[in-house]
Design a protein around this ligand. Sequence first.
Ligand code: ADP
Ligand code: MG
Length: 320
Amino acid sequence: MGEFELIRRHFQRAKSGPAVALGIGDDCALLTPSPGHQLAISSDMLVEGHHFFPDVDPQALGHKALAVNLSDLAAMGARPLGFTLALALPQADDGWLHAFSDGLLALADDHGCPLVGGDTTRGPLNLCITVFGEVTPGHALRRDAARAGDELWLSGRTGEARLALERLRGTAWALAAPNDEDLCRQRLERPAPRLALGQALAGVAHAALDLSDGLAGDLGHILTASGVGAEIDLAALPVAPALQPLADADRLECLLNGGDDYELLFTAPASARDHILRAGTASATPVQRIGCITAEAGLRLLGPDGRMRPMSARSYDHFA
Ligand code: ADP
Ligand code: MG
């Protein structure tokens, strides 16, 4: 199977999207955003050994590679238009490619985000996706837009992906129910990008980002960019049943520093509360107020004992 046959067989589909004037096959794809909209663009690279294990299920890998990129569009409040895929493969394994493109393109179909081009080369397994979306000017949910007095909100809940990762690494953390293993693996391997919620928050919420490296560290990016601080009420954090049997410190580690959550963390004025709750219901996404944004810099945690503790807002750094 040559390069062009590989692309035709696994990545070229008859189905396209309304914004795609020209898809796979020419020197460039042509996208037509809605008049007056801004393009939102994001790339994410996944490298074997760093972002996934060599024996990863290729179907799940295809899903996750696109999901993490769509999550960036969600965090900006953008609507997806299409994406490109740059792929380095050690060999053209038909079965592997079939499963990979199946996971990738099923999620693309779910969110109306067609594959419009890319590049394919031989090399150590490595994939880079670039997504293109659109957003009304002034409505994008930027990291630098949090204001003192905003409420801090979280979609879904954090920590299950981290629990799955620790179990894969062999950490001796107990499970409450046997079925929790699968639920947590799903969270790790098949995250659901919160696109409908993100779009419903555009123009309403102030700042937002998606949680890839852990709640506390990622919140730190909003605080730095916006020049503000925050308080998190620990009692308000949703806790998955799977995390219940963990020791308090391990549970807190999962909730605040877990990583791979792909939930939205956002700030909004109190006047937006009803709108946000309706957006959560309309998008079938749980939303929870977990704290507030303060003029005083730094991140503080309000414990169940009613005491406020400072916390370092650090996040995962590939070069640290
Ligand atoms: P070029 O020589 O201009 O780089 P290629 O021969 O690499 O073009 O690719 C031919 C066509 O196939 C282009 O439209 C390109 O966007 C598309 N393409 C290549 N690899 C992929 C891929 N992995 N997924 C989707 N489209 C791809
Ligand atoms: Mg090329």
